[in-house]
Structures are given as structure tokens and as C-alpha cells.
Design a protein around this ligand. Structure first.
Ligand code: MN
Length: 336
């Protein structure tokens, strides 16, 4: 998915500070959408004061909504997109030639590297009501030594399941409770979709920081009640996490080694400097209107099937204007 904000702010993400165990609740915020599409999108990363959890640098929840998701071609650099549908199917097309449908239980990983472009559309049934769309879109920052690599895409249709003390989990990326995801990642990281319905003890990597986003139900952590909405930040230094969950509770667990590089995020780009991001934007705008073969050789390549012959799907998402000011770095701050 694209960052749908009409006027995205630059997010300067300083390196993480060692924190130790904690529980902080970081509120979700509604993302103002451009255009006429009315999809409910809530963002819980990045936050002022909490730019990353491990290399996870972006977390959007969308739906459930009966709406025809249609995200035209748009660019990315310096990140991996991690797409995890919870309801509804999404057709993904990209500039490395992918054209696939991703369904609930399946994972799309797109590595932008130096530059990629892609589109995402709801798969609509023949006639009848619009399907319910619900899902998660996350970004993982690529470390400096990997961020200029060639773009790539992979889909995983059968992810490993882990079971443990009071829980079951699907391991999306990294390893959790002894199960290892086949997804290609470039930093020490974990992402899991966890189900539990009572007391449970989750094994954690103490060198990682972790966060929890409740999807359904609710659970008690360190005496706090976590519900759908805010992101619960757990800090580092936990080798396990005891929770008490309502029946039918489902949550996203993300974590990773605290990311030690300063990031500059703007629109769909994860870079390091203002000038680099400005160049990334200029390169996308320079591709507008290029003939197909020239676009295919340009930085962000060509997402086939969106040419003038594509009717309602023709087009691309133009980059918003760059802010006129260079922002100063934000510091990770403890939540009061
Ligand atoms: Mn995208």
C-alpha cells in the first residue's frame, strides 16, 4: 500500500536507545486520505518518540471496510513492504514483473532496495456486494549495507505455525517459538500473528524490543488492558511475556534488534538524508509520461497493466510536494 497522506511529513528517526522492559501505549491515528476512496486506515508506526521497533518503521491497519481498494502504481526505496491480509484478497503487481493475488494467511514481501513501484487492488467478485477488506501493511527499513540492492518480490502461501504455553502463532517473518519463517529479511527481526484465549506465556528474544497490536479481543499485560487501537510497546530485555487473554484474542507481535541507524522517512521513501529523498521524489516524477519501454528502464521500472489502455486502472500516484523546510531529528522519548 502507499502512504495515502495528502501532505506527508518527514519522519526523522534517530537510532534507538536501550530501554529495558516497559509497557507504553502509543495511540493510533487516522490517516487522512486523498481522493474519493473511503478506506479507514489507522497508523501506529512511526510515532513521535517511537520511530521504529527493531527495523519495523511503519504499521498501518486498514478496514474492515466494504470498499474497493485501488492503489495505483507508486514508488518505494530503502524498505521492505510486508502485506498481511486479514479479510479480502489483494492483487499485487510490481515493476519486477510480479502479478499475484494475496489472501488471508498468505504474506507478500516486496524489497524496494534502490527503487521499485507497485499497485494494489481489491479482488472484486462478479456482481454482488463489495468484499470486506481488512489487513495490515508494514514496512521494514533496510540497513544501510542492503538498501541499495536490486528490488525483489516474494510471496509465501504456507507459513510455519508455532504453538506454546497457551498460544498458537503464524510466523510471518523471523523466528518465534521455534518456528522459522522462510521470508527473506535483512536484520534480526520477528513478526507473528498470535492467537490465545486465556493465560499464555510467549517466549521472546531478550535482545529485541517488541510491540503488540491487538486485532481482536483483549489481553492483560503487566497489569494493563490492551485492546484494539493503540500499539503496546514492550521495550527490550524480556525473555518471556506472560499475558491473560480473553477468548478469541488475536494480536500482531513485532520485534527486532533496536535499529541503530538514523532514518529519514518521507511519503513512500526510507532514506538517510533530505537530498536523497528529494532525488527519489524527482526520479519518480521524471517517469511520468515516459513511453513504456523508457519507463521500464527507469529507476522505478514499469508496473505493467496500468497504461492508457487500462481504463479505470490507468495512471500513477504523483508524489506530494516536498516540505520546504528541512526538519530536525526527532528523539525517542519515554511516554509519560
Ligand atoms: Mn506501497
Amino acid at each position: 500500500m502507499t502512504n495515502l497522506e495528502v501532505s506527508p511529513q518527514q519522519e526523522v528517526c534517530p537510532p534507538a536507545a536501550a530501554a529495558g522492559p516497559c509497557l507504553e501505549l502509543w495511540p493510533e491515528r487516522e490517516v487522512p486520505l486523498g481522493g474519493v476512496r473511503a478506506m479507514n486506515v489507522r497508523r501506529t508506526l512511526p510515532q513521535r518518540g517511537l520511530p521504529t521497533i527493531g527495523a519495523w518503521c511503519f504499521l498501518d491497519s486498514f478496514g474492515p471496510d466494504r470498499t474497493a481498494m485501488s492503489v495505483l502504481p507508486h514508488p518505494h526505496i530503502g524498505l521492505q513492504t510486508v502485506t498481511w491480509p486479514l479479510a479480502g484478497n489483494i492483487r499485487h503487481r510490481d515493476s519486477v514483473g510480479s502479478d499475484v493475488v494475496v489472501r488471508p494467511g498468505e504474506l507478500n514481501i516486496m524489497t524496494a532496495g534502490f527503487g521499485v513501484s507497485h499497485s494494489e487492488f481489491a479482488v472484486l467478485p462478479e456482481g454482488g456486494d463489495l468484499p470486506v477488506q481488512r489487513g495490515l501493511q508494514l514496512w521494514v527499513a533496510l540497513p544501510d549495507r542492503e538498501r541499495h540492492r536490486e528490488p525483489a518480490f516474494e510471496q509465501h502461501r504456507a507459513l510455519p505455525r508455532a504453538t506454546g504455553d497457551g498460544f498458537t502463532a503464524t510466523v510471518m517473518v523471523g523466528s518465534f517459538a521455534g518456528a522459522v519463517s522462510p521470508a527473506t529479511m535483512y536484520s534480526p527481526i520477528v513478526g507473528a500473528d498470535v492467537t490465545c484465549g486465556g493465560p499464555a506465556v510467549l517466549p521472546l528474544e531478550p535482545a529485541f524490543e517488541h510491540g503488540i497490536l491487538v486485532l481482536d479481543g483483549g489481553l492483560a499485560v503487566d497489569g494493563h488492558d490492551l485492546r484494539p487501537g493503540p500499539l503496546g510497546y514492550l521495550g527490550t530485555g524480556r525473555s518471556e511475556l506472560a499475558v491473560a487473554a480473553e477468548p478469541g484474542t488475536r494480536f500482531l507481535l513485532i520485534g527486532g534488534e533496536p535499529f541503530q541507524e538514523e532514518l529519514l522517512m518521507w511519503w513512500n521513501f526510507v532514506g538517510r538524508t533530505h537530498d536523497e529523498v528529494a532525488a527519489a521524489r524527482a526520479d519518480w516524477e521524471a517517469q511520468a509520461g515516459l513511453p513504456e519501454e523508457a519507463a521500464a528502464k527507469a529507476r522505478y521500472g514499469l508496473v505493467r497493466g496500468h497504461g492508457p489502455e487500462a481504463g479505470a486502472e490507468a495512471g500513477r500516484i504523483p508524489a506530494p510536494p516536498l516540505p520546504t523546510v528541512r526538519l530536525t531529528p526527532r528523539r525517542r522519548a519515554a511516554k509519560g
